[in-house]
Design a protein around this ligand. Sequence first.
Ligand code: UD1
Ligand code: CA
Length: 459
Amino acid sequence: MAVQAIILAAGQGTRMKSKLPKVLHKVSGKSMLQHVLDNGRKSQVDQSTVVIGRGADMVRDSLPENVGTVVQKEQLGTGHAVMVAIDEIQEEGITLVLYGDAPLIRGETLDKLMAFHSREAHQATVLTAELEEPYGYGRIIRDDLGLLERIVEERDAKDQERKIKEINSGIYCFDSKELKNTLPKLDNDNAQGEYYLTDILEILKKQGKKVGAYITDDYEDIMAVNSRVQLAEVQKIMNRRILEKHMENGVTIVNTDNTYIEEEVIIGQDTIIEPGVMLKGKTIIGEEVFLTGNTVIVNSEIADRVTVENSTIKDSIVGEESKIGPYAYLRPKSTIGKRVKIGDFVEVKNSVIGDDSKAAHLAYIGDADIGKDVNIGCGVIFVNYDGVNKHRSTIKDHAFIGSNSNLVAPIVVEEYGYIACGSNITKQVPKGALAIERGEQHNIDGWVKRKFKNLEEEF
Ligand code: UD1
Ligand code: CA
């Protein structure tokens, strides 16, 4: 059966106080609208049409090509928004109506809604929830038999109706054909002068069609974002759901209140994540990895049994059993081998570092190809930039770069090449050679005694 979705996203979002259209605000690294689209796909949605209005161009540009859009020029209500999109909907099958600002709706909840709709042979089913604080939502009016009668908006409700705790989520499942036939019958005769989509249910019911409500027990699914405070609430729930998924898969998260993991991140079993860690983008973390301190990892791959302490890693790869940090910075396109140590205050950029190599402290490694078992001493700088161009350095296996040396690229240090500390290396270092480039040391005897008369007794 064809399942189509109309996603309402034309609203002004005034309360966000933002230049960005509301539905493009991100939750766990992804726009709210994209969450809704993805969740629809995780359910059974084949084709989505997004109703856009405020910031239409920006919203359209954010979407993948296979998602259709229609522009609602004036926001005349939820019913009107669906009218604008209805020509995109084919008669056969089911149409879901979703909100672009309600990103927590899960695929499995939509599946349950549709299963209920089919089982009960409804023409329309609304997703509802019972809330302790129903203020602001449309209320579900049921008849004496408990069957859905109609939905009344807060502003149009009588005092008695306002006491009802069952609310309209704004998410519906319609038989596409019935939706198409009934939409033209909506009017705007209500407190807001808007075309209310909610009225469809009452119209269908009066025509003798079967309509109903499916109550979800997870009210979080239906939360919509109207303000930055609600954005933060939704973010918190989304993050908690993501962390719970990882914990169920065998990842230890020591403190769920200050660990942030974005949706696409993959983490292996028995990895331990201590407080303060942020994992973003398409990051993959292996098994038995230990992440601690203010570690931020973005779009990177971390292999099994790696330790990362208080470090930032972006668009990079780290091999098995390597140790990163504390306070290391791996910038984009760094590929670190197995059992490598990148220690404190070491910055690596666009470089490959072979297995068992070490840069234990205070170094800059940029645009370098470093072999296996290479030792990069403290304070080594890869001088990769001449003010105009960047150049690469090649350091072959088992080389030893003494502390505080500058390697002026382009440069090659052959296998087992040794560089004495404090050298400025500008020429190739042959295999097994020791390169020293520094002024000779002179000792001037008795200089201190001559200079400082008061120290005479010391000598
Ligand atoms: C709507 C429902 C209410 C429900 C609530 C749940 C109606 C009449 N009321 O109320 O019963 O409890 O949602 O959150 O449907 N939108 C458009 N174009 C428009 C109007 C709205 O695209 O012309 C979009 C908005 O961007 C938003 C969504 O539809 O994403 C809901 O609109 P909003 O005005 O927030 O609806 P409510 O008045 O809260
Ligand atoms: Ca409204």
